[in-house]
Design a protein around this ligand. Structure first.
Ligand code: FE2
Length: 274
């Protein structure tokens, strides 16, 4: 199993820029081409929310048009910037597992050696998140079926990462998810978005890790709680299930840079042995 996780694309309507100066649509269109061109192709692309910036129909029209060009199965969930109904209208065809109820998005992907659980942590009209009673019941029921190793994908982190800016808008009842991690040892990963930066910590047996955004990032500051953002290069995470090891997650930058070059023994150190 090899998965690409994108997050927080924040598409705007055609001809519109983010904050009037960031051309998110062009940058995301280029990223979609670069993901399609990967020599080592993922089995699926996952997007952990904030597909668009303002939850507007025109943004979803553009997002759907561009994301439908992804040459992979697509699994996605909404974030706090999404409008659940427009989100479902735009993506139900591309990802039929989303179902038909915009207020109850939770689905499992069972085609891999591990189970992927996608849950909606967003609340209409709020930046912070919450898991509904329905979602928590569904998680408990699904995890009770068997002991297949399982990863959760959600938008909001279920705990505080120590970010003064983002902690107040994390998932407010994330403790309920942490309680499930305690009860179900097969739950070994929680991958989220929202914080526009790759940040990782651990709760019991589970790695809890956020994905970088594709376009604009948020600095990780412990005491400065201002709403800061930057154009530090966007990135995605790649999740590779390695035999006899388990899941290995790596960071794949979308920055433009020279290389990679093939290592040449003529210019290496005498101690290099290949
Ligand atoms: Fe976001």
């Amino acid at each position: 199993m090899f998965l690409a996780q994108l997050s927080d694309l924040h598409f705007r309507a055609q001809g519109t820029k983010l904050y009037d100066f960031i051309d998110v649509n062009s940058i995301n269109a280029e990223i979609i081409n670069r993901v399609n061109a990967l020599a080592e192709r993922p089995d699926a692309v996952i997007i952990t929310g904030d597909i668009v910036n303002c939850g507007e129909p025109g943004e979803y029209r553009l997002a759907r048009r561009l994301l439908s060009q992804l040459d992979y199965p697509l699994y996605l969930i909404p974030g706090n910037h999404d409008n659940k109904a427009y989100f479902l209208d735009a993506f139900a065809e591309l990802c039929p597992l989303l179902g038909l109820d915009a207020d109850d998005i939770a689905y499992a992907v069972d085609r891999f050696p591990v189970r992927l659980l996608f849950i909606d942590s967003s609340i209409t009209g709020a930046s912070w998140g919450r898991l509904s009673d329905n979602t928590l019941r569904w998680l408990e029921k699904t995890l009770s079926q068997d002991d297949k190793e399982s990863y959760i994908f959600m938008h909001h982190p279920p705990l505080a990462f120590g970010s003064a800016q983002m902690d107040p808008i994390a998932c407010e009842n994330g403790a309920a998810l942490l309680a499930l991690i305690e009860r179900f040892p097969q739950l070994t990963r929680v991958f989220c978005g929202h914080v526009h930066r790759m940040i990782a910590t651990q709760y019991r047996q589970a790695l809890i890790c956020s994905a970088p955004a594709t376009v604009h990032q948020v600095p990780y500051l412990h005491s400065d709680d201002r709403a800061l953002y930057s154009l530090e290069p966007g990135a995605m995470m790649l999740h590779n299930l390695v035999p006899d090891v388990g899941l290995v997650t790596s960071y794949h930058s979308f920055a433009h840079f020279a290389g990679p070059w093939l290592y040449s023994p003529q210019i290496g150190c005498p101690g290099d042995v290949f």
